[in-house]
Design a protein around this ligand. Structure first.
Ligand code: AGP
Length: 612
């Protein structure tokens, strides 16, 4: 939520900041702005997208080799020019961009008002920049850096900030607590960003800030310290990302590109983790901690949104094959409900970004209770990846589309690997069955290609249902989370209200919605629940619902019963979620495109939810 970018060096900051904001736009697109320091400190901002800011800048002075920029996902104050970042302190001494929420802003604001401070915006951020100025004015010995640290010591909440002090123009100050910040190290220049994507054009050497770190940066130096002024050593990390990963190539949208990347990303996820004879699964990141997972009394999988859906697939697989009890929790509930946890539990957090505030807070809560915490993350070096005891990267590559697609299949792939590995070590699977399941997993990329090739058919079906107002998605077993995920994809990018339901639950309520206007999407691949789901299809059909079914190739019986179908190749039920979700991703994508929706940046959403 909100993207921050900054530059200090000898180059012109403007193009670096604009390009950085474009890369970070997935984090929020309610407004955009920047501050540039040349002979004076200039602030430019406007409601809307980075493209609107660029237009606005056409008639403005873009000179300066120090600058900060921001793309906003609104929390406090509606999206408008006034509330756009950067925010300037009342006397113009400081300019600041912020990602996060200042929880005690109301109290601080009222104190500042009593001291004569006036405000221009409705944001919590403007309170912080004025608090910094308040401390700055307390004495000549108070430098910009000291003022920032003093102000941060009064803050309750989350922040990633970048600050310029008018009287110290050769310096950028940034700090983090709860919201990510990365510093890129160049030659005689530094870059700041909420993630590494704006930085990789210039350098692959980065430092990930930790909570409570304050960085004081000039073009030739970097000092890291705590808010209390204690020096902090830093670790330089090399990032492995290519610029091609950040571009759409020949695809119209990132989401479509990412859907089509899945044969490769799934392969990238299991590559190197299955021995060449397919007899073993190696999860290097879990090596030391594996006995703990194997002997866990209970595994608790936590996540939000799509990652929570992947966790549900994981629950089915781990319980079915490894026979270890699993619970799946929304991180946002888990963190607040004082769950009963013991040191024999293992908590596994699933997160594409590795920065989701609720997931991170839930993990920290479990860690405080002495529980072993593990991460399944996509973004290398993310907060969750760094704070967990051990973890597995999903290797899906950069996911830019706000609607998660390849990250989901990569998460499910990791959970499948984990379930099979645990099952084998527990002695729950014979070598033969293990081998068969591993073979099934390795065949998924090829099978996926045969689904993707049928995209024109999926587009034609989407054409029929583009004007739907509601949609119901049904599935059973491992395919129930697929139904949930299919519904989430449709609602988030096309704004059609969609519900995912366990098919057996339909008769307990949702069946009342079924009429000849309602598309009912049934995930009905051949598995042990097949007969049951066919009965559910009959129940919908009897009430004249329009049925679109995801079916196993060659299932001619169902062809007669449903209005439209998406065929997927035959596969073992354990790996079928990886195939069944893909036609549903494409279906949502085409419906959204046909409705003229902004597929990659749907309204009100942001890719990385770093506020609770
Ligand atoms: C997915 O399409 C969503 N945009 C969203 O639900 C997402 O999965 C959720 O915010 C969790 O994000 P994370 O995986 O980065 O933690």
């Amino acid at each position: 939520m909100c993207g921050i970018v900054g530059y200090i060096g000898n180059k012109s900051a403007y193009p670096i900041i604009i390009q950085g904001l474009q890369r970070l736009e997935y984090r929020g697109y309610d407004s955009a702005g920047m501050a540039l320091y040349n002979e004076a400190l200039k602030v430019y901002k406007c409601k809307g997208r980075v493209a609107d800011l660029e237009k606005h800048m056409e008639s403005n002075d873009t000179l300066g080799s120090v600058g900060i920029g921001h793309t906003r996902w609104a929390t406090h104050g509606e999206p408008n020019d006034r509330n756009a970042h950067p925010h300037t302190s009342m006397n113009g001494n400081f300019v600041l961009v912020h990602n996060g929420i200042i929880e005690n802003y109301a109290e601080l604001k009222s104190d500042l008002k009593k001291n004569g401070v006036t405000f221009q915006s409705d944001t919590d951020t403007e309170v912080l920049v004025n608090l910094i100025e308040y401390f700055y004015k307390q004495g000549d010995e108070i430098t910009g850096e000291i003022a920032v640290r003093l102000a941060l010591s009064k803050i309750v909440g989350a922040y990633g900030i970048a600050v310029i002090c008018k009287n110290e123009k050769d310096q950028l100050i940034c700090a983090r607590k709860g919201s990510p910040l990365v510093i890129g190290i160049g030659h005689g220049e530094y870059f700041i960003a909420s993630d590494a994507t704006p930085i990789i054009n210039y350098t692959n050497s980065v430092i990930y800030l930790n909570d409570h770190d304050v960085a004081i940066i000039t073009k030739d130096s970097l000092t890291l310290k705590t808010i209390e002024n204690t020096p902090v050593p830093f670790k330089i990390t090399k990032i492995d990302m290519s610029i091609g990963d950040l571009e759409k190539g020949d695809f119209e949208h990132f989401m479509l590109k990412e859907i089509f990347e899945q044969p490769k990303t799934i392969e990238d996820t299991f590559r190197g983790r299955i021995t060449s004879d397919h007899q073993e699964i190696v999860l290097g990141g879990l090596l030391d901690i594996f006995p703990k997972i194997l002997n866990a009394k209970r595994i608790i999988l936590i996540g939000c949104g799509t990652s929570w859906h992947a966790a549900l697939v994981g629950e089915y697989l781990i319980e079915e094959y490894a026979r270890i009890p699993v619970e799946v929790e929304y991180a946002s509930e888990f963190r607040y409900r004082n769950p009963i946890l013991t040191t024999e539990d293992v908590v596994i957090a699933i997160s594409q970004s590795g920065e989701t505030a609720d997931t991170l807070a839930a993990l920290r809560m479990a860690k405080e209770k002495g529980v072993t915490i593990i991460g399944i993350c996509n973004v290398v070096g993310s907060s969750i990846a760094r704070e967990t005891d051990a973890g597995v990267y999903t290797h899906a590559g950069v996911e830019i589309g706000v609607a998660s697609t390849k990250a989901f299949t990569a998460q499910v792939t990791v959970l499948t690997l984990l379930a099979l590995k645990l099952a084998k070590k527990k002695g729950q699977l014979s070598n033969e069955i293990f081998l068969n399941l591993v073979n099934e997993l390795t065949e998924i990329p090829e099978k996926l290609k045969s689904i993707l090739i049928k995209h024109p058919h999926i587009k034609n079906v989407a054409l029929k249902y583009r004007d739907a107002v509601n949609a119901l998605y049904l599935g059973r077993g491992c395919l129930f989370p697929v139904a949930l995920e299919g519904a989430l994809k449709l609602k988030e990018i096309s704004y059609i209200h969609a519900e995912g339901y366990a098919a057996g639950e339909m008769k307990h309520g949702p069946i009342a919605l079924v009429d000849d206007n309602l598309p009912v999407i049934v995930v009905a691949a051949k598995d042990s629940y097949y007969e049951k789901i066919v009965s559910n299809i009959q129940e919908v059909k009897a009430r004249k619902g329009n049925i679109i079914a995801v079916v196993t190739e060659g299932d001619d019986g169902l062809k007669e019963m449903v209005n439209d179908l998406f065929e997927i190749p035959k596969s073992h039920p354990a790996v079928t979620p990886l195939l069944a979700i893909v036609p549903l991703q494409l279906f949502s994508y085409y419906i959204a495109v046909l409705r003229g929706c902004d597929v990659d940046q749907p309204r009100n959403l942001a890719k990385s939810v770093t506020v609770e």
